[in-house]
Design a protein. Sequence first.
Length: 436
Amino acid sequence: MLDIKLIRDQPDFVRQRLATRGAGDEKLIDGILQADEQRRKFLAATEKIKSERNRVSKEIGTLMSQKKFEEAEAKKKQVREWDEIIKTNEGLASAPNEELEKLKILMLQLPNLPHESVPPGKSAQDNLEIRVHGEKANFSFKPKSHVELCESLMLVDFARGAKLSGSGFLLYTNWGARLERALIQFLLDLHIHEHGYTEVSPPLMVGPQCLEGVGQFPKFKDQYYGVAEGDNKEKLGKLYLIPTAETPVANIHREEILAEKSLPVKYCAYTPCFRGEAGAAGVGTRGMIRVHQFDKVELIKIVKPENSYDELEKMVSNAEKVLQLLGLHYRVILLCTGDMGFGSAKTYDIEVWAPGQGSHLEVSSCSNCEDFQSRRMNLRFKSDAGDNKFPHILNGSGTALARLFVALIETHQQADGSVKIPVPLQPYLKADFLRA
């Protein structure tokens, strides 16, 4: 979440930066300041009572030495009354109470402030194209869509996938399953051995505190899959299927204090991802563009604040390397203020060209969340000077499938209906072409 001190000291600046997102979040600031003021008054009143109690406690000793026992006893009674008030107030301050809960709820609703380098804008139409790599594939024949290729080469059985789980779920078969597995292994090996990430394999179900930590709760709670044990409705909502590996991996060190010398921390993880919102975008149509379950290799960095934007550029480069090695045309987009994610201060999207779709598909989104997530999960690091600071957390797709799968088979399809396998994938598949 945002720093309450920043909101308190520079409310107009915070309002201005939030307003660039175009969602009206700046209207929450007045309520936050009011709740914060009420809470601070409560705490200040408690501190005033403590100060008075300490002063009177010293007077009691003086009165006792002067044998003024009656006056001393009266002051002891007053101190005992103050002790009870302080005890009650401190209990209220540490336990959930109306003002604290109101402040927390409002703070959790605020998105991150866009970085000053992010272009203003209202939608994807205002995003900036930063660079383009390679050329779009040219064919001497009419290229097929990935749906046609998947069916002719028996890579994905769309009908049986829907029969098993409903629309938006895929059944990879034969070479399709092997290609998906090869891509995952290729991505992991690249990021581990060439880019220096440490591989982790996290749980696929997490508690709501992890979703809150990365900023996916409470705003997007209706888009994810809650899990229950059998039909036990009381257990529903205690665990959720992860929407991305970012959710568990970014939370690995939640509520910890890391040593400054341990930074940067760089994690890489493969997981399936589960998202309910895919249905809102026409997932009922056949294909692999929007699905409820897909595979992804995720990159996470926990870094010192002064290095975070250099680390963001490196992360984008790491994700680009995937597409370069696979011989795919892509472009890098800098998202505008109105198109960024809730927790992001700055985001680059990488969009790969899919000839059969005649469009670019997002396969990677790399974001610097600054200290927005670390504050929510109370993750800190101890500087060499001895003070505790919030690190910056970055996340990026390195990359996501199944859109990478789509772009690859559509780009490398051949006139005879086969698909040529890029050289880096051939050792994993032990083949150079996919054929029926």
